[in-house]
Write a protein that binds this ligand. Sequence first.
Ligand code: USQ
Length: 382
Amino acid sequence: MKILILGGDGYLGWPTAMHFSQLGHQVAVVDNYLRRKLCLENSVEPLFPVPNLLERITIWREHTELDILPFIGDLQDWDFVEKTFKSFTPEVVIHYAEQPSAPFSMMNRQAASLTISNNIGVTANVIFAVKEFCPTAHIIKLGTMGEYGTPNIDIEEGWIDIEHKGRTDRFLYPRQAGSLYHTTKVMDTDLLWFYVRTWGLRVTDLMQGPVYGLHTDETDIDHSLFPFFNYDEIFGTVLNRFIVQAVAGYPLTVYGKGGQTRGYLNIKDTLQCVRLAAENPVDQGELRILNQFTETFSVNDLAEKVKNAGLNFGLNVSIKRIENPRKEAEEHYYNPAHSGFKKLGLKPNLLTEDVLNSMLETVIKYKSGIAFHKMFRGHKWS
Ligand code: USQ
């Protein structure tokens, strides 16, 4: 397949590009280095420096003799979008090209504005480009489990049947996101659903939970192929942060009561899910929504797991409940469905002690890169 990966420099985009390239697909990546720029501006660079996209492609070619085609530019710029889609004409478009951080979106007006214009503007351009240059291409869009929020009823897989005054119909499952970032993903879903109905596009919208890890079959070929590994309060996700905190001897930063529960997955399973979605396309005029996670944990569960795994390395890990900078339920019901990927054949890589050990082992190697001032600044969401 000809696969265009938007956001191909990112935490998930680059491992996804290598994964499809290794499988023998023709892969092109697009990025404008927004994530790198925002990290630099906010002094929250990842644990270790990561070569730029062109350098990574060269390293990949040296190891595998496989080529990945780069397009460096901004997908909000229609001229660039047109040039990219005309020269590559993809069969599959994988769309990760968004400002990915909930805390960043809540920092201030400029950050909020950037998140809105980038995320919704890029999604709209992708839709317009597919309609114009490759109308049968399958769009695989990375949404988030956070679109649903934490309702007091079971979360279904994208849709819900509602009976009202004796009549029934099927609707998008109610969305009530907890941050502006998550809200832009709700808006993406609405845009995609509108154009699926109007133009008959074919779309898979993946509701992904927080991802952890940095090891995949391809990143393990050479450590310079590792993805960004952020451990700061803005771009780091919770388990990656806890692993770095454990190694640094910094008390694990559990926000509030720590009962916040989410559906988590290993980075290897992000690649598996996106591959399964690409290999099993939907029909024209269909919006398929899949909940993309493998297990649910509370923040307290994760902290306990990291504390216990730390003992294997002689780390004396402590846990500190700190005032929650976010506005979120700290104790809540959470029972989301996730049978779609199981039916497509997903074999989960669960959060075992071995997985925690290998993350700890790798972070210990890069321990000298840990900067305490990046761990917690207490940006309040209110
Ligand atoms: N948390 C802590 N301590 C920390 C960091 C986070 O207790 O030091 C808590 C948060 O308050 C939250 C939970 O851990 O309740 C998850 O936080 P997170 O930072 O790992 O994840 P989140 O901000 O929700 O966003 C991440 C990704 C985002 C993706 C989302 C999936 O950055 O791109 O869409 O996970 S989900 O959470 O299901 O919406």
